[in-house]
Design a protein around this ligand. Sequence first.
Ligand SMILES: O=C(O)CCC(=O)C(=O)O
Length: 258
Amino acid sequence: MNAQHLAFRLIVDGYVVVPDVIAGADMEDFSDAFESHAGKIGTRHMDFAGLAGSPRMLARLCPPKMMDVVDAFYAHYSQTTAFACCSGIRDIFDPAKYDASQPWPDYSDLSTASVGWHDDVQGVKEPSFRAMSTSLSSLIYLDETFADNGAYVTAVGTHHLANPGEGDRPILSPSSLVREHAELRHLPVKPGSAIIHRAHNWHGVVSARQRRRVMIHTFIARELYFEQPGHTVIEEEHLEHIPAERHKYIVRTEPAAH
Ligand SMILES: O=C(O)CCC(=O)C(=O)O
């Protein structure tokens, strides 16, 4: 794996797949940590507080093979990597809602398929264009996904469409423009892979009819960290479980006094 090459693809295409960021026995342990914690707390949809209740899952934040690509991406912009948010870990498959007797939707034409196309910045309160333009999301998959079952879908290069508006608010392109003109791709992955995408790159997800677990965390330029409110706070008690060499990604939550 050449981190510089993958970072280049992320810069230009708006997304990249990094295989085996968690692999082998480490992956088995991660999967086991999810299952035992989900059983303990009674949910397969964990926000950060839920995830942080499991030291074994906290230890998987910022895996080095993924961070090599993220660091190369920020270096291109003369910025440094900071951890921004973790929305937790979840299994999107809900057996209670899955009716095997119903025909499965056709996902062959992504311009019309129901995959929930969005730009992540739509979900950010008070977004700053400057900060969001190099913000990244990472999705680490614990299960294999397929073009007709649980895969992430991407609209290649659509991060280029966002523009700065008044007061540094991003202006987003209409979804119709993306569906009509972008190259829309399925991104099925193997367990242990990460999809990294730029916050503004449009994406969606094919419904799942099997277990489909993913952990999501996001990054921002350290230089712009305090221009964007709403980050996940990492407490001392969490840091204990995150390997020491990854602490460089965690920013103090109060800006330094001047
Ligand atoms: O679950 C996925 O694969 C995609 C999730 C997603 O689109 C998002 O968190 O913005």
